[in-house]
Structure formats: structure tokens, C-alpha cells
Design a protein around this ligand. Structure first.
Ligand SMILES: *Cc1c(COP(=O)(O)O)cnc(C)c1O
Length: 438
């Protein structure tokens, strides 16, 4: 490449970024390095990172312990196939995951991304019933406003309105959608919150293989937080109607909501659990699907008993090694205090945002702070404005939210919340002016 090669321009002209158009690209900001909670842009500007690279970089960037785990493993082998071979990084990781999660979860499948972990969870549930000779149970029941991935099987259980159902009409399997839960974490429980779910299960349980949902926090489908009581009732109903329960903890796992796993808020246990995102501390793509003896033996019941999945890069040793190091780092840290501290600061510093006319609601749980706006943001204005304010926050739809690394210091967190306050104030002024002008 010549010195004059303009790589930013090449990026805009030739590369798809997540959910973007080649014809009408949104601006992208070139990062040259990342350290702790800071991103350094090509023009040397430093941004405080509020996204932890989509929930994943929980220890911050360029962490010496995680770097060491990757480079040490690199000396031995970066990858070998998992078909017929095994290695210590994968075995150690499986052992850790089994130990950390609820007791009945004792079998692990390593996937190469979150979407694939959900695909595998769905496949486990379908194979479970097929192996018992039950060919009726082929549908899934979920709740609206969910997000489970971008592959076809996972898209089919994403929110039917803001997901991609409309675009792929006719291509996606049709599943059942209960109303999204309304009861807040700390509010009084209303029995009718679960009514729609209960009715669907009651009417269709003979056709339903599994219920799938994100426990306590619905992430990319709307950044919603709901009552643990809802989850407890879902669990009871699944048992009552003989339907498996899949919990997708890809976003919430590893401390994000204040407990190590979000299902612990409700003190329940799923039949199948999906993990991803923060699993490797944001270093590499890796995910896992865990299940119970009941499900694994059920799958084996038809004699062949083979779980029909096996990605090329399954249980990549580099990814497993860094995941082992990340989990140890987390457990050796005062993570509960750190997350509780972030939660408390978010509650205090974001509360006043509810006074602005552009804001519909402020929601906080663990290390997650959400401002829901009255309407969708203008990303072409808002993104550069946030960068100008020295922060990396990536809003979508009508949601301005952060989920920082757990190591974030109070002064850095204040930079994020004050930038959020500044932009909602500016958006509220624009709206008022528009209203004034009729
Ligand atoms: C991000 C996410 C996924 C998909 O994970 P990818 O690694 O992007 O495929 C699935 N479920 C939930 C809850 C997620 O947040």
C-alpha cells in the first residue's frame, strides 16, 4: 500500500459494518489502540468507552493477564480441530463453566459465536423431543422484545416487530410470542403480567419444544429490565406443561446484572443455558451451550444419540485459554462491589435525565444504564456529537445506553453520564424549538 492509501475511505466504499448500507454508509471512527477503558482514535483523540465492545470487554482492553494467556497458548498451538482431539484449555474451561453454573448443568458444547450457541440450544431442544419419538413438539415460545442473534433460527425468535421478521417473511419458522413482561424489578408483581405467556403455553404446549428468553434483562431487542417473579413463574409453567427452558445469558452472563448469572435473581435453573460475549473478556469470539443430564440423555435416547453440530473452529484453544484467564480474573476481583458501585453511581447520575422532555424512562441494573428516548435518535448527528464529548457510546433505535467495563473508575463513569445528560438536554431543546415553531 502506498502512503497515500486512504483506508478510511476504502472502509466506507467496500466494507459492511453491522447493520449498515454500502450505498449510504454511516460514519466509522478509526481506532488505533485500546487500553483499560479508553479507545484511541487515529487523530490521537482518547474516548472513554461505555460499550465494552458490546458487553464483552469486562476487564477493559489490553489487560496484561489476558494478553499473557493468549501469548502463552500461542507458543503451544493456536488451534487444532476438536473432532477426535481434545486439549487442556477446553477441558479446564468446561470444568469452570460447570462449576460456576447451577448444579444440573453439567454438559458443555463450545460454539464459535453467540448466535451459534443459541442455534445449538434450539437444536438440543428439538433433538430431545425427536429422540423420544415426539414429532409434535417443533415450535418455540418466547417473549416479545427479545434478541437472540442474526442467523435464521435465532432471528425467528427475535422480536417480531423490531427484529427482521418482516424482511424475511416466509423464510423464518413461525414461533409463538407472548407479550413482553411489564413489571419492573422492584415494583409490585401483577399476576396479569404473565397472562399472555400462560395462555399461549396452555393452548399450545403439545406443539412447544422449548421456551427461550433472556433472563431479567432483554438486551439488543429493547434494553428492558423485568421482574424476577416473571422468570420464576415461567420456570414453574415450563415444568407444569413439560416444555424445556432455554435461557440466553449471552449478554447478562458473568456479572453484568450484579449476580454472576441473571437467572440467580430468580433462583431458578434452566434446562439449557447459552453463554458468550464476556466469556473471553472481549478478546475473541467464543460461546458455550450448557445442558443437563435429562436433556443430554434425552438426546441420546434414540440409539444414535448424536448431537448434530460441529463448527470448524470449535473450542479454539486461544479463545478457551483467554476465557479461563478472564473467568479467574473476574472471580479473583471484588466484582460484586465494583458492579454495585457502578449501579449506585448510574442511579444517582442518570436520575435527573428523566426531567428532560426527550426522555421517556431511565433504567438501571448492575453495570447497565439505559435512557429510553421518546423517539429514535438521529445517529448521523448523535454519534459524532458523543465522540466530540470524548465518549464512545453507540445508541440504537430510541436507546442511549452504556454497559462499561467493571474496572471503570467513578470519574470515568461520570464522563459517560455527563455526556449522556448533555445530549439528552440538547435533544430536548431541539424538540422544544420544533414544538415552538409549530
Ligand atoms: C449478542 C447476543 C447474541 C448473539 O451473539 P453473537 O456473538 O453476536 O452471535 C445472542 N443472544 C443475546 C442475548 C445477545 O446479546
Amino acid at each position: 500500500m502506498t502512503a497515500s492509501f486512504n483506508w478510511q475511505q476504502f472502509d466506507q466504499e467496500h466494507i459492511w459494518h453491522p447493520y449498515t448500507s454500502i450505498q449510504h454508509p454511516t460514519p466509522t471512527f478509526p481506532v488505533i489502540s485500546a487500553q483499560g477503558v479508553q479507545l484511541k482514535l487515529a487523530d490521537e483523540q482518547i474516548l472513554v468507552d461505555g460499550m465494552a465492545s458490546w458487553w464483552a470487554a469486562i476487564h477493559g482492553y489490553n489487560h496484561p493477564v489476558l494478553n499473557e494467556a493468549v501469548t502463552t497458548q500461542l507458543q503451544n498451538m493456536s488451534h487444532v480441530m476438536f473432532g477426535g482431539l481434545t486439549h487442556e484449555p477446553a477441558v479446564n474451561l468446561a470444568q469452570k463453566l460447570i462449576q460456576l453454573t447451577a448444579e444440573p448443568l453439567e454438559y458443555v458444547f463450545f460454539a464459535d459465536s453467540g448466535s451459534i450457541a443459541v442455534e445449538v440450544a434450539i437444536k438440543m431442544a428439538m433433538q430431545y423431543w425427536l429422540a423420544q419419538g415426539n414429532t409434535n413438539k417443533k415450535r418455540l415460545l418466547t417473549i416479545k422484545k427479545g434478541y437472540h442473534g442474526d442467523t435464521f433460527a435465532t432471528m425467528a425468535v427475535c422480536d417480531p416487530i423490531n427484529g427482521m421478521h418482516h424482511m424475511f417473511e416466509g423464510l423464518l419458522p413461525k414461533h409463538l410470542f407472548a407479550e413482553a413482561p411489564q413489571c419492573k424489578t422492584d415494583a409490585d408483581w401483577h399476576e396479569n403480567d404473565i397472562l399472555s405467556f400462560k395462555q399461549l403455553l396452555k393452548s399450545h404446549h403439545k406443539k412447544i419444544a422449548a421456551v427461550i428468553l433472556e433472563p431479567i434483562v432483554q438486551g439488543a431487542g429493547g434494553m428492558r429490565i423485568y421482574s424476577p417473579e416473571y422468570l420464576r413463574q415461567v420456570k414453574n409453567l415450563c415444568e407444569q406443561y413439560d416444555v424445556l427452558l432455554i435461557l440466553d445469558e449471552i449478554a447478562t452472563g458473568f456479572g453484568r446484572t450484579g449476580t454472576l448469572f441473571a437467572y440467580q435473581h430468580a433462583d431458578i435453573v434452566p434446562d439449557i443455558l447459552c453463554l458468550g460475549k464476556a466469556l473471553t473478556g472481549g478478546y475473541m469470539t467464543l460461546a458455550a451451550t450448557l445442558t443437563t443430564k435429562k436433556v443430554s440423555q434425552g438426546i441420546a435416547a434414540d440409539g444414535s444419540g448424536v448431537l448434530m453440530h460441529g463448527p470448524t473452529f470449535m473450542a479454539n484453544p486461544l479463545a478457551c485459554s483467554v476465557a479461563n484467564a478472564s473467568i479467574e480474573l473476574l472471580l479473583d476481583s471484588p466484582w460484586q462491589e465494583r458492579i454495585a458501585g457502578i449501579e449506585q453511581q448510574l442511579r444517582i447520575e442518570l436520575a435527573s435525565c428523566e426531567n428532560y422532555s426527550a426522555v421517556r424512562e431511565v433504567r438501571v441494573i448492575g453495570a447497565i444504564g439505559v435512557i429510553e428516548l421518546n423517539r429514535s435518535v438521529d445517529i448521523h448527528w448523535l454519534q459524532p456529537r458523543l465522540v466530540e464529548l470524548g465518549v464512545w457510546i453507540r445508541p440504537f433505535s430510541n436507546l442511549l445506553y452504556i454497559m462499561p467495563a467493571y474496572i471503570m473508575q467513578p470519574n470515568e463513569l461520570s464522563q459517560l453520564t455527563s455526556a449522556m445528560r448533555t445530549v439528552v438536554e440538547e435533544m430536548s431543546k431541539v424538540r422544544t424549538m420544533e414544538i415552538d415553531n409549530g
